[in-house]
Design a protein around this ligand. Structure first.
Ligand SMILES: Cc1cc2nc3c(=O)[nH]c(=O)nc-3n(C[C@H](O)[C@H](O)[C@H](O)COP(=O)(O)OP(=O)(O)OC[C@H]3O[C@@H](n4cnc5c(N)ncnc54)[C@H](O)[C@@H]3O)c2cc1C
Ligand code: FES
Length: 506
């Protein structure tokens, strides 16, 4: 065990996370009065530095995608990412801070967990995506020794869906691994991953049937089937060369099809469409975005930010066709272009339909709303269906922001973890604060949730790449914040929203 003198204690500001070198290991140091905590500096999510995060009591919020940690133990409290922070032994001698770093120690130890034991109960999880995995892992982390089976039609090991529109399409290997959960990690927890598609649920009998007719009994069922990319009911929408993007296989098909393509059409001006547009533009493809709205994302983030994002895309060479209706996709055997309702034609060899997502809930025996969502109680149980929970993109859940269905990575993980605890009979205070990020021409982060607002107040200006925070105000409450270059402020406001249990006074 090597001991490292990392400096004088008075050089460390109280309660300010700071990075330090302990030999060859970069660590994070937090001085608490006369004592000092030392732990891993890299966030277990994407390995980014945690020292720019916000510390609120013992809770540290990562400034990038808002994973939360308890610095007194190193345990991860909230997603994304998996793994705790390794705590290192620290002593203060003659005013010097001495840290002991064991050689070869995993900087992100897996949380304590169990394997299958004598418990005869059986939890079945439909899906192997974000919410599904979070639930399966949390069941084992909380000591559940019954059977855990994830069943999904997607045969791939669980992967980071958020990278599909970013690194995967931009080409090259990308800096982060796409697969998020190894077979070893599943095996170490006796989590079974099977191929199959949930077709019907009989909650009374505690059983499900898969599309191929196979059946399973369950004591608890989590439905975490996510969304299906919508297709368009237009001539030519099924031509080769026309794609949608939801799964790893679809992303790999688009990435391959993009090789040698001169021009691509993105239909839809939402987050995924805009991310894909930039990724393809990075590959020197001329990208045209065809959208119904005048300004992309205006309904979600407001017109001013939408315009700023549009200008950033235009700088990268993306061409927009606002307020444009698509009339057909053209081609003889394979896509050769598109036609707009005003008669304009655009030649292109590749088109991606990014026109929204429908909850993947065409499953017999599940009550759905008109848009396919499943209404859940605040513990994510499905009212009226004994032993059935629903989580992630499909769940319409009560929150301090209203009854909302949110299609975001971190929220789906929060749901999965909460559902696991509810299945085990634990009471958990709340679903947590919603948060998402998007990687466009720069990183934008969004905290809270606003489906409408009376006013958007700006601190800073989003135009010309300026740092800014936008506050979405409804009924004198700050429902949400969006920012770029304001990571510390968003993390600090996140801590306030946790403390106050929801939106903040304006
Ligand atoms: C390209 C792309 C980029 C994104 N980027 C971001 C981002 O930058 N930031 C962000 O916050 N969010 C992003 N998201 C959204 C985020 O990925 C989703 O909100 C999140 O994955 C939802 O998790 P989920 O568990 O509900 O669904 P999913 O992760 O989609 O998992 C659903 C699972 O259910 C399976 N399934 C489907 N039907 C059935 C069935 N009948 N029976 C059994 N299994 C079934 C699927 O195969 C899959 O395994 C992105 C999404 C996409 C598609
Ligand atoms: S790098 Fe910390 S949450 Fe993503």
């Amino acid at each position: 065990m090597a001991q490292h003198d990392i400096g004088a204690i008075e050089d460390f500001e109280i309660d300010r996370p700071t990075s330090a070198e302990a030999g060859e290991t970069e660590i994070m140091v937090i001085r608490r009065g006369d004592t000092v905590l030392a732990m891993t500096h890299a966030c277990p999510h994407y390995g980014l530095p945690l020292s720019g995060g916000h510390l609120d009591g013992d809770r540290l919020i990562c400034p990038f995608h808002h994973a939360c940690f308890d610095v007194s133990t190193g345990h991860q409290l909230e997603p994304p990412g998996k793994g705790d922070l390794r705590r290192y032994d620290v002593s203060v001698m003659d005013g010097r801070v001495i840290v002991e770093v064991p050689e070869g120690a995993d900087p992100h130890p897996a949380p304590a967990h169990v394997r299958r034991g004598a418990d005869a109960r059986r939890v079945v999880i439909a899906g192997s995506g974000t919410a599904a995995n979070a639930c399966a892992f949390m069941l084992r982390d909380r000591g559940f020794e019954g059977e855990v089976e994830m069943i999904s039609p997607d045969p791939a090991l669980p992967y980071d869906r958020t990278l599909l529109s970013k690194a995967v399409l931009a080409g090259g290997d990308g800096p982060r691994p796409l697969t998020t959960v190894s077979q070893d990690a599943l095996d170490a927890r006796d989590i079974v991953l099977s191929e199959g598609r949930l077709a019907s649920v009989d909650a009374e009998a505690g059983g499900i049937t898969l599309a191929g007719g196979q059946t399973r009994d369950f004591d608890a069922l989590l439905v975490a089937t996510g969304g299906e990319a919508k297709r368009l009911d237009l001539p030519g929408a099924d031509l080769p060369g026309v794609h949608t993007l939801r799964s790893r296989a679809e992303a790999e098909q688009i990435a391959e099809a993009a090789g040698g393509v001169r021009r691509a059409i993105l239909v839809g001006g939402g987050f995924i469409g805009l991310e894909v547009a930039l990724s393809l533009a990075k590959r020197d493809i001329e990208v045209h975005v065809v959208m119904r709205e005048a300004v992309p994302l205006a309904r979600i983030v407001g017109e001013r930010i939408g315009r700023a994002i549009m200008a950033e895309h235009e700088e990268k060479g993306v061409v927009f066709h606002p307020e444009a209706g698509l009339s057909s996709l053209e081609g003889d055997g394979t896509l050769s272009g598109i036609r707009l309702r005003d008669g304009t034609t655009i030649d292109a060899e590749l088109a991606i339909l990014a026109v929204g997502v429908r909850p993947a809930t065409a499953i017999e025996g599940l009550p759905t709303e008109e848009n396919g969502a499943i209404s859940v109680a605040d513990d994510l149980s499905v009212p009226g269906l004994r032993g059935v929970w629903a989580a992630g993109d499909i769940a319409l859940a009560p929150t301090p922001w209203g009854r909302v269905r949110i299609e975001h990575w971190r929220v789906a993980q929060q749901h999965g973890q909460r559902a696991a605890r509810a299945i085990l009979g634990e009471r958990v205070a709340s679903l947590g604060v919603p948060f998402f990020w998007t990687a466009l021409a720069r990183q934008y982060r969004y905290l809270g949730h606003a489906e409408g607002w009376d006013d958007i107040r700006f601190d800073g200006a989003p135009e010309n790449g300026g740092d800014f925070t936008a506050y979405y105000i409804k009924d004198d409450r700050v429902m949400a914040l969006m920012g770029a270059g304001r990571d510390a402020e968003l993390a600090a406001t996140h801590a306030r929203m946790i403390r106050e249990g929801g939106p903040l006074p304006a």
